[in-house]
Design a protein around this ligand. Structure first.
Ligand SMILES: Cc1cc2nc3c(=O)[nH]c(=O)nc-3n(C[C@H](O)[C@H](O)[C@H](O)COP(=O)(O)O)c2cc1C
Length: 141
């Protein structure tokens, strides 16, 4: 079965507490493990970026469900392409609350991040999102 990667940005409709995010992740990881889907979810001050990767059919079906989720709006697809290998093979859904990361964990990266982490920025230049995701992957090791 062919693999795809799908990346989108969206905005939470209201403040999400740590507990709400934890519950969202718990359900996501359980479902994704069953569906052979892996990826990364970033949350920064009301905005989400999520990468989903796995069998094409499963990813597209999950994405449809996610798009209908009323906890966020303005879902915009940035990347949707076939892949040979996964970027996040070990994570049923890696997660980082960007705002809560210590500045020490983000050497020279913090201000770039806060400035750039907006749907508008990635809408203008979708290729930036790949840089962002790869950077997080390295930092989260
Ligand atoms: C930003 C965001 C990301 C989500 N990511 C996932 C995900 O990776 N996997 C998943 O199963 N559900 C995800 N969801 C939740 C789905 O929209 C949906 O609520 C959930 O899959 C329902 O699971 P259930 O059918 O087991 O109750 C996400 C929701 C939001 C708002």
């Amino acid at each position: 079965m062919s693999l795809i990667q799908l990346v989108y940005v969206s905005s939470a409709v209201r403040f999400m507490s740590d507990e709400e995010l934890a519950e969202l992740l718990r359900v996501s990881r359980e479902n994704n493990a069953r569906l052979d889907i892996t990826g990364l979810l970033l949350y920064n001050d009301g905005n989400f970026i999520q990468a989903l990767e796995g069998p094409e059919e499963a990813v597209l079906k999950l994405y449809e469900k996610i798009c209908q989720d009323r906890r966020h709006v303005g879902v915009m697809t940035l990347v949707k392409e076939p892949i040979k290998t996964r970027l996040f093979p070990e994570w049923s859904m890696g997660f980082q609350n960007v705002k809560q990361m210590e500045a020490a964990e983000l050497p020279g990266f913090s201000s770039f991040l806060t400035q750039s982490f907006t749907p508008e920025n990635f809408r203008e230049n979708p290729s930036r999102v790949t840089v962002l995701l790869t950077t997080f992957k390295k930092m989260m090791r």
